[in-house]
Design a protein around this ligand. Structure first.
Ligand SMILES: Cc1cc2nc3c(=O)[nH]c(=O)nc-3n(C[C@H](O)[C@H](O)[C@H](O)COP(=O)(O)OP(=O)(O)OC[C@H]3O[C@@H](n4cnc5c(N)ncnc54)[C@H](O)[C@@H]3O)c2cc1C
Length: 577
């Protein structure tokens, strides 16, 4: 095993990981590991934009943004974190502008802004242009800029390094073990501070907008070390995935004025959100779509609806939504300047994740006690900015604001924390043994089959509408799949670029956190935000205005605990759009 030392090691090179690395790199020695090449991280797929109440195209304030974020999250978000997010959004957006992100511009040369679902002025009243964008390649622009700036700070990149184990001893994180995919060699990284910025996990569903790398690795790694996972039952389904696989058609398409139609040619959002129509929050629009499909009003009775952009005109579409135009031509053979786009809800975003405090420190009891030296930010973390449902464009924002904050916190922390401690042999040996055991797998079960069954059943049983019966079925099924995983076999015995092994490890991660999602969802007997139970159709603030914490016990079982929601300003109210 090869050994490396850095003050700070960041796992993940999306917007969160790169912002953290760039900031920490101003004074500390930083290494970044990423299992895909940095600029291929999923952040690069973000199309629509990044929210900040700059007020460049209308009257806006961070207070309106604060209220929208609280209400959008169905009052489950922690308001101290949400306030910080919307206030810091403004300086962070200007910092990104000055770092070189090529935002689209207004006629006066300011950062251009567009409307997005759930964002309003005057405390929920009128649509507002809040999303800062670079055409429909916003994440791509941010990611490339942050990568260049990290290189400028002298950050060391370990590309295509796949983290397989965290080294946590006596409540302190000392480093991690990673597989160099190119050679098949294991490496130990020793550090004073480790940040997980490993992104989302919607690859556990069959219909998903997420890239192949989004397999929730960071979550499974901390859960295995006894750290709880928070609010995992809250998974966002985006209303406009391209039928049939779910590739994302950005909400920017509706922000720019796109309409949704059912088979009767009706703009059906009239029935579900009369005033906000297509720009209601995502959970509301996805439920409306699924209801239309379930009641037989999908196009030609099928499992999709129409997103129509044709009335916007070719010029607007090609100027503001060029990537969407290209995606739809390439993947559906349709020219969306002339014909509507077939769309369906698609598994998109994880509101829950690794519990952290406002300074991105990972909390081992979910409440106050931190794991020393361990940090998390971006989509894998849950500081609870989004509560039960995230608003569009608040997520690249969270990755930027909390990645940046984490980078600064870690830089201070490593200065005070003293030298990197000598590494113990046991944890690296255990990681190596576990890895060798997987490489030697020779059972009759097929990982591909287990993965397909997991993904199909998550879409069927842990989708938009849930019931106790479906969730119980899913918990039993996942436990059965986990047992079958023990008898899995691989055919490729080589070490170089062995994707059969990396996919096997990802499958293990997905089975682990999917069980947490199903168990947490089964326990939550209410409907709130993206978690919609047919058998408990109402929000229940008396019982359930609290965060779920799921602990993996030493015997492999799951234990649920709860913690209160932080409410500072906005009391829960009925949510109408
Ligand atoms: C198609 C799409 C469009 C979106 N559009 C928008 C939008 O317009 N606005 C918005 O705000 N949000 C949007 N989102 C959500 C947003 O893009 C993400 O939540 C955000 O970019 C996540 O950033 P991140 O840095 O946390 O993770 P990611 O960008 O997903 O990066 C994760 C990183 O972790 C690394 N990694 C993971 N596991 C391991 C491992 N085991 N070992 C080593 N490295 C590992 C990966 O290599 C990668 O570098 C969109 C999401 C999707 C899927």
């Amino acid at each position: 095993m090869e050994h490396h030392r850095h003050d700070v090691v960041v796992v993940g090179a999306g917007i969160a990981g790169l912002y953290a690395a760039m900031k920490a790199g101003e004074s500390a020695d930083v290494g970044v590991l990423s299992k895909v090449y940095p600029t291929r991280s999923h952040s690069g797929a973000a199309q629509g934009g990044c929210a900040a109440a700059l007020g460049n195209e209308g009257n806006d304030s961070w207070e309106f943004h604060f209220y929208d974020t609280v209400r959008g999250g169905d009052f489950l978000g922690d308001q101290d974190a949400q306030e910080l997010l919307v206030k810091e959004a403004i300086p962070v957006m200007y910092e990104m502008e000055h770092l070189g992100v090529p935002f689209s511009r207004t006629a006066e040369g300011k950062i251009a802004q567009r409307p997005f679902g759930g964002h309003f002025a005057d405390f929920g009243k009128t649509a507002v242009k809040r999303a800062c964008y670079a055409a429909d390649r916003s994440g791509h622009a941010q990611l490339h800029c942050l990568y260049e700036q990290s290189l400028k700070q002298g950050v060391r990149f370990y590309n295509e390094f796949f983290v397989i184990s965290l080294i946590i001893e006596d409540g302190t994180c000392r480093g991690l073990v990673a597989l160099e995919i190119r050679t098949g060699v294991l490496h130990a990284f020793w550090a004073r501070a480790v940040m997980l910025a490993t992104g989302g996990y919607a690859r556990a569903w069959r219909v998903t907008s997420n890239s192949h790398a989004n397999t929730g690795d960071g979550l499974a790694l901390v859960a295995a070390a006894g750290v709880p996972l928070e609010d995992m039952e809250f998974v966002q389904f985006h209303p406009t995935g391209l039928y049939p696989h779910g590739i994302l058609i950005s909400e920017a398409a509706r922000g720019e004025g796109g309409y949704l139609f059912n088979n009767d040619g009706m703009r059906f959002m009239e029935k579900y959100a009369k005033s906000k129509m297509e720009l209601a929050p995502r959970d509301v629009v996805s439920r409306a779509e699924q209801t239309e499909i379930d009641e037989g009003r999908g196009i030609d009775g099928g499992e999709y609806l129409h997103l129509d952009l044709t009335h916007l005109g070719e010029k607007t579409i090609l100027e503001r939504l060029p990537q969407i135009h290209e995606l739809v031509v390439k993947f559906a053979g349709i020219d969306c300047t002339k014909k509507p786009i077939p769309t369906q809800p698609t598994a998109h975003y994880s509101m829950g994740g690794i519990p952290t405090d406002l300074d991105t420190r990972v909390l081992r009891d979910g409440k106050k006690q931190a794991v020393e030296g361990l940090f998390a930010s971006g989509e894998c973390a849950c500081v609870s900015n989004h509560g039960a449902n995230r608003l569009g464009t608040n997520s690249t924002l969270e990755a930027a604001v909390f990645g940046r904050r984490g980078g600064m916190v870690m830089a201070r922390f490593v200065k005070e924390a003293g030298p990197i401690l000598p590494g113990a042999e046991r944890p690296t040996r255990e990681a190596e043994e576990g890895f060798e055991h997987l490489c030697a797998s020779s059972g009759p079960e097929s990982a591909k089959r287990i993965r397909a069954e997991l993904q199909a059943s998550m879409t069927d049983n842990v989708g938009i509408f849930r019931t106790a019966a479906k969730l119980q079925k899913q918990v039993a099924l996942i436990r059965d799949l986990k047992a079958r995983f023990e008898n899995v076999g691989i055919s490729d015995r080589s070490r170089r670029f062995n994707t059969e092994i990396t996919e096997l490890i990802e499958l293990k991660y997905m089975l682990d956190f999917s069980e947490v999602i199903a168990v947490s969802a089964l326990a939550r007997e209410e409907s709130r935000g993206a978690h919609s139970r047919n058998d408990y159709p109402k929000r229940d603030d008396n019982q359930w205005l609290r965060h779920t914490l799921a602990f993996r016990e030493a015997d492999g079982s799951l234990r649920l605990d709860y913690k209160p929601v932080v409410i500072t300003r906005f009391q829960p109210e009925e949510r109408k759009y």
